[in-house]
Design a protein around this ligand. Structure first.
Ligand code: GKR
Ligand code: MG
Length: 427
């Protein structure tokens, strides 16, 4: 079997005005849908975060992917790495090129697993090593947000929205608003743990939000907060001590492996990261400093499904727990996360997902169902999802019309708060 064609289609899906440490989500989140078409008529799907650099990179690797046997995953990975990150003018540029190569390769890697699964008649979870769980648990991903549900074109149904579709339009700008958002999400999806995206308001307000969630849901509901490294070490210790016994884990309160390691010694809450240890090159530093207890892996960032399986082994060796990070995404990424989670030896916590915040889908049949906070690991060959070509065309048209080519939460925030600037350590 040979790969005949590589398609990379940028799409824009509506995304509500969610607040985070970097600013504000734009009305559209960008994704790239990757298709690999083989000479046997089998096609494989992948999805990665959208950016102009990633889109250009798919053009740049087309000739090293087309013509290859999809089973030769290692050779394909090496050819992509060589093409995108084989050389660079300086160490900073090399680091950026490597990060991009990992992301771009992740879309190809997922598509290859999809092809191999379809060719062998087995779900991707089986190709990854086999199913160790039938259901994957996810956490509610809570955000402070302005009113609205994002998007600008073709959302007549917003007027008639009901249930979660209506609830997701509500503003949530204080502890009470966050409790209401959490209650709506738990009611609709049955989530059994809650994560708050912090780094938005002053730490006192965010800590009070966690205490309000604890009071509203009781001590049996696991809680996490992720200030995206905006708190200093001192602030993280101060509020961390207050949140001992409240948090299940503390996600990236402060910046860098050494600072996280110092915090880890000072408080009695496990620390999780998707910021200070984000690739294999950063693992030696993580082990040397002892910077976290839990690595929140993300197959888009670590370089694909195989890399995530490899990471799981490293985590076991060095005493790290493993769970999953997420960004705004649609069903192809979700399916890949679910197969991966189904195959991981150990998955210590309910995984993150932004999925409830996205109303649109690119797969046949619409949104994947989350029930009792979990999703069944598919049994169909490959990823078990098919591309809805009409939806792809519509979401690609959104991309062309919205004019956003790269995510920039700071610029989006400046539209609401003129002069607003990102700060690496704010409090
Ligand atoms: O989408 O606003 C967001 C998140 O802040 C995202 O950008 C982060 O990558 O979800 C992420 C995280 O856990 O840090
Ligand atoms: Mg995080």
């Amino acid at each position: 079997m040979k790969i005949q064609e590589l398609r990379a289609t940028p799409i824009a899906v509506s995304d509500p005005p969610l607040l985070n440490a970097a600013g504000l989500h734009a009305p559209y989140a960008l994704r790239i849908i990757v298709e690999l078409v083989t000479d046997r008529g089998i096609y494989g799907l992948g999805e990665i975060p959208g950016s102009s650099a990633a889109l250009a990179a798919y053009d740049a690797i087309r000739d090293v992917v087309v013509g290859r046997d999809p089973y030769q995953r290692t050779a394909i990975r090496r050819a992509i790495e060589e093409r995108l990150a084989g050389s660079a003018p300086d160490p900073k540029a090399l680091y950026a090129a490597r990060q991009l190569a990992l992301r771009v390769h992740s879309g190809i890697d997922v598509a290859l697993f999809d092809i191999i699964g379809k060719d062998s008649g087995r779900p991707v979870v089986d190709i990854l090593g086999g199913r160790v769980r039938d259901r994957v648990d996810f956490a509610a991903y809570l955000f402070y947000k302005y009113e609205g549900s994002g998007g600008e074109f073709g959302f007549e149904r917003d007027q008639a929205a009901a249930g979660w579709e209506k609830d997701l339009q509500a503003a949530a700008l204080d502890p009470a608003g966050l409790v209401a958002q959490a209650q709506a999400m738990v009611k609709r999806f049955g989530f059994a743990s809650l994560k708050l995206k912090g780094g938005v308001f002053e730490p006192r307000v965010e800590t009070d939000t966690m205490l309000a969630l604890r009071d509203a849901f009781g001590p049996s509901m696991p809680l996490r907060i992720d200030p995206n490294a905006l708190w200093s070490l001192e602030t993280s210790i101060k509020y961390g001590k207050e949140l001992e016994g409240v948090l299940q884990y503390f996600e990236d309160p402060c910046r860098g492996q050494e600072t996280m390691a110092a915090l880890r010694k000072a408080i009695k809450i496990p620390l999780a990261t998707n910021m200070c240890t984000t690739n294999f090159d950063e693992l030696p530093g993580s082990i040397r400093h002892g910077s976290e207890d839990i690595i929140l892996s993300d197959h888009h960032i670590w370089g694909g499904l195989q890399a995530s399986m490899d990471l799981s082994r490293v985590c076991r060796t060095f005493g790290r727990k493993l769970s999953m990070h997420s960004n705004s995404h649609v069903g192809i990424s979700f399916a890949a996360m679910i197969h991966l989670a189904g195959a991981l030896d150990e998955l210590a916590y309910e995984a993150d997902t932004h999925y409830p915040w996205q109303r649109e889908e690119v797969i046949v049949g619409g949104k994947i169902k989350i029930e009792d906070g979990a999703v069944e690991v598919p049994r169909e060959p490959g990823l078990g999802v098919e591309l809805d070509r009409e939806a792809l065309a519509r979401l690609h048209a959104n991309y062309l019309r919205c004019g956003i080519e790269d995510r920039d939460d700071e610029i989006e925030m400046q539209k609401k708060v003129p002069g607003w600037k990102f700060q690496a350590t704010r409090w």
